[in-house]
Design a protein around this ligand. Structure first.
Ligand SMILES: NC(=O)C1=CN([C@@H]2O[C@H](COP(=O)(O)OP(=O)(O)OC[C@H]3O[C@@H](n4cnc5c(N)ncnc54)[C@H](OP(=O)(O)O)[C@@H]3O)[C@@H](O)[C@H]2O)C=CC1
Ligand SMILES: O=C(O)[C@H](O)CS(=O)(=O)O
Length: 493
């Protein structure tokens, strides 16, 4: 259990990872105003840190530093950037346990999940360290004998990132890694609920030899001011955001004035489909992993579970039994599988979706109430007889609420699954090869998990279609969003 910043540092082997000042241009700085904001442990609500609360003007100084440092960073060879990034990766993994403790302390997820996220985030730094060496151009046979045509790729310049509280390390790593690999500099504004992970990443980047100004972390509670500075400052050429579609729309509108290149990883409403030829035990395991990872607080969590008529009752019974066995508790305690939700409004959203489902015919099979464990805890919940008319079919729950919908055939379930403005992740369990091929092609989503509930990896292109976002993160594609393509036409006559 945690109750003060002092307690948090006593849990760490490397206490230098607990940083509470901003990291700008290679220096650790308090806000000039002296303002600070509290970071609380969501399991008990106790204050565990007090972090510098920067002004918009101070964010501008970080952008100035990024602008000044970027040419020197881009002038290094890809191999030189890769060497520094590899060292950063190594330091993240050497400090994995302390980074995981910091993450669980501020975000609440079980330590096992925090450890996994640190490896996932570090994996992006390792992956893009290698990609730094492979930013290839091309030559094109010219349309006239006296001309030579080249295409080269160059870093876009200063990139700015705004990230959410649910993956406080990996969402930053997924952006800063391709940016630095491409030769860009990066200013990171973490969620005010979870700044400690970002600041610890900066401490390790500094130790790894990332030059001053190339990577800065600017905590502030003025999120809208941060967004405006990033969108309006002419030195920023790239905005990358992960969070809700609502905020994504705001940022895209703000970035339009400068025609700024944007990457958007936004909201989702993932369908999880169980066909009558599925392995039901495997489907239950996949549903548990997909629905309850991070306590349902991920944009790729199953939000709607569709089960074919012939196996509905059997699947509902098996899933309910497995959900009842999930252990709710403090993320720092061994064996915890479901930690707290991040803040009171998250509890309110789960309660709203449950109330609406009950009013529209839903029947609770397990859970359906806050947990006695503590104010921010909720019993994992399964509801049967869910319908498309319910709120959960339109909105992301972002919590431990699993609604079971019935369907009869492929055409019907594909229509229901695609009936949403979102298009990030989708999942289905089936064995028939023809069915698997046709359904995977028919689902209007950027990501399709087939007979698996976990799709997150740095090696694949992560991103959504429709109103779930723009661009892809991870994979060999992820670096393209931080590069500009230049076409050179030379008359050699
Ligand atoms: N596609 C994806 O990969 C992901 C999508 N999401 C989606 O985000 C939502 C939950 O995450 P949540 O963090 O609440 O999402 P929000 O969109 O509310 O917040 C995301 C980040 O944006 C900041 N922010 C909020 N308002 C503004 C603004 N006007 N201008 C600039 N920045 C702003 C927040 O700051 P602060 O919190 O300090 O106010 C936070 O750092 C869900 O809809 C979820 O699906 C979340 C994670 C990943
Ligand atoms: O914030 C999220 O939900 C992440 O994008 C999901 S994942 O990348 O960790 O799967």
């Amino acid at each position: 259990m945690l109750d003060t910043a002092t307690d948090l540092s006593t849990l760490l082997k490397n206490t230098s990872l607990l940083r509470q000042d901003a990291y700008i241009d290679g220096e650790w700085r308090p806000a000039t105003s002296g303002k600070r904001f509290d970071v609380r442990n969501p399991a008990r609500g106790d204050v565990i840190a007090s972090v510098a609360d920067l002004s918009r003007e101070e964010l501008a100084t970080a952008i100035d530093a990024a602008y000044d440092a970027q040419p020197g960073w881009a002038a290094k060879t890809g191999k030189e950037r890769a060497k520094i990034m590899h060292r950063w990766y190594e330091l993240m993994m050497e400090n994995q346990e302390d980074l995981a403790i910091l993450m669980t302390a501020e975000q609440g997820k079980p330590l096992t999940e925090s450890r996994t996220e640190i490896a996932y985030g570090a994996g992006f730094i390792e992956w893009f360290a290698e990609e730094a060496k492979r930013v290839y151009g091309e030559t094109i046979p010219a349309h006239q004998p006296n001309l030579r045509i080249q295409v080269i790729k160059q870093p876009i310049g200063v990139a700015a990132g705004i990230t959410p509280w649910n993956f406080p390390n990996a969402m930053i790593a997924r952006k800063v890694a391709p940016a630095l690999a491409a030769g860009c500099s990066f200013v990171s504004r973490p969620a005010s609920l979870t700044p400690l992970s970002a600041l610890a990443m900066a401490a390790l980047a500094e130790e790894a030899g990332v030059p001053p100004g190339v990577f800065s972390v600017v905590p502030t509670t003025s999120s809208s001011e941060a967004g405006k500075e990033f969108c309006e400052n002419p030195k920023v050429r790239k905005l990358t955001f992960t969070g809700s579609t609502e905020v994504g729309r705001t940022l895209l509108a703000q970035a339009a004035d400068q025609v700024m290149k944007c990457s958007m990883e936004l909201g989702g409403n993932a369908p999880f489909i169980v066909f009558d030829d599925a392995d039901l035990d495997e489907a239950v395991k996949g549903a548990i992993a997909c629905k309850f990872r991070n306590n349902g607080q991920t944009c790729v969590c199953a939000n709607r579970i569709y089960v074919q008529e012939g196996v509905y009752d059997a699947f509902a019974a098996k899933l309910t039994e497995a959900v009842k066995a999930l252990k709710v508790g403090d993320g720092l305690d061994d064996g915890t599988e479901l930690g707290p939700l991040i803040e009171p409004k998250a509890i309110e959203k789960v309660e709203a979706h449950l109330k609406d489902a009950r009013e529209k015919g839903g029947e609770v099979l397990t859970g359906g109430r806050p947990s006695d464990y503590g104010a921010q805890f909720y019993e994992p919940t399964v509801v049967k007889n869910a319908t498309q008319e319910m709120m959960v079919a339109r909105e992301e729950t972002f919590g431990p609420f699993a609604p079971l919908f019935r369907f009869t055939d492929e055409a019907q379930v594909i229509e229901m699954a695609n009936d949403t403005i979102f298009g990030l992740a989708s999942y289905f369990y089936a064995k028939d090869l023809s069915r698997v091929t046709k359904v995977a092609e028919a689902l209007e989503y950027g990501i399709v998990g087939v007979n698996t509930g976990i799709i997150s990896t740095e090696v694949a292109p992560f991103g959504g279609v429709k109103q779930s976002g723009l661009g892809r993160e991870g994979s060999r594609h992820g670096i393209e969003d931080y590069l500009e393509m230049k076409y050179i036409c030379t008359d050699v006559s």
